[in-house]
Design a protein around this ligand. Structure first.
Ligand SMILES: [Zn+2]
Ligand SMILES: [Zn+2]
Ligand SMILES: [Zn+2]
Ligand SMILES: [Zn+2]
Length: 262
């Protein structure tokens, strides 16, 4: 004499839910006709996507589907969107194979460039890419990484540097000059090491006549070669002090002062 009014088998047929029978594992001790539809005994279920769950018939009927696959039984997030797995962070405590595609909790993502971010699956599926890659300075200008002064910028992850940031970082150019610049400045590709473009670096002979006493705290490296500013010089020939536009000193071939050139 059986202890239940209706078996799982009868329930599934009466309610047109053949999936309950398909997912009820063959390895269970009782067949679907030998277990009640209200049974609270834990049994095994294997869905069409291969997810194994252990729960009672009562619980399974109440939900009606594999909890990994979700109500549409379309498979786990990983099975449905294998192309998105390259962004799945290992730091997540859930497996992408164990959650439905409409999983509602935010999860962690990581791109091949080392950026990480947190967002819900539905948002990631609509955007499909790394939000930081688009705005990362070194993704925009990879060559600039050669000038990143890791020592001076200690503790700052270069991958986290935003392309249009107005924060100043330290750089070291290919000629070994240290300079400070913001990513926003460097995004203008014409803007690079200011020392390399300075009057002092490009015109060492003229810069040798720089009058350090009279030019206050400024050096020849503080000005570009086409600067229209006046500066003080000391003639190497006669020792007289005179002023000249920096651009004029850069342009003139001879280094003669107004006194010597008379
Ligand atoms: Zn499933
Ligand atoms: Zn990225
Ligand atoms: Zn330089
Ligand atoms: Zn002179």
């Amino acid at each position: 004499m059986r202890k239940f009014k209706m078996s799982l088998d009868e329930y599934a047929r009466t309610n047109n839910q053949p999936k309950l029978l398909d997912e009820y594992a063959d390895t269970n001790t009782n067949s679907p006709s030998e277990i009640g539809c209200n049974s609270t005994v834990t049994v095994t279920w294997i869905c069409a996507h291969g997810h194994t769950e252990t729960e009672s018939v009562q619980k399974r009927i109440r939900r009606g589907y594999c909890s990994v696959c979700g109500p549409k039984s379309s498979g786990s997030f990983a099975q449905l969107h294998p192309d998105m797995l390259k962004y799945w962070s290992k730091k997540n405590t859930v497996s992408p194979y164990e959650i439905p595609p409409n999983y509602s909790q935010p999860v962690l993502w990581e791109c091949p460039e080392g950026h990480s971010w947190e967002r819900k699956i539905t948002i990631q599926l609509s955007v499909k890419s790394c939000p930081l890659c688009k705005s990362s300075l070194f993704v925009q200008l990879p060559d600039l990484l050669d000038e990143w002064d890791a020592e001076a910028n200690k503790g700052i992850d270069p991958n986290s540097v935003y392309a249009y940031s107005n924060t100043a970082y330290m750089w070291k150019c290919k000629n070994g000059h240290s300079y400070s610049a913001t990513p926003a400045q460097l995004m203008r590709r014409s803007y690079r090491c200011p020392v390399c473009e300075s009057f002092g670096y490009l015109f060492p002979d003229a810069a040798a006549e720089w009058n350090y006493d009279k030019n206050e705290a400024k050096t020849p490296f503080d000005f570009t070669a086409n600067s229209q500013k006046n500066a003080w010089f000391i003639c190497a020939e006669c020792g007289s002090e005179y002023t000249s536009k920096i651009a004029n000193r850069a342009r003139r071939k001879s280094s003669k002062c107004p006194c010597c050139s008379k």
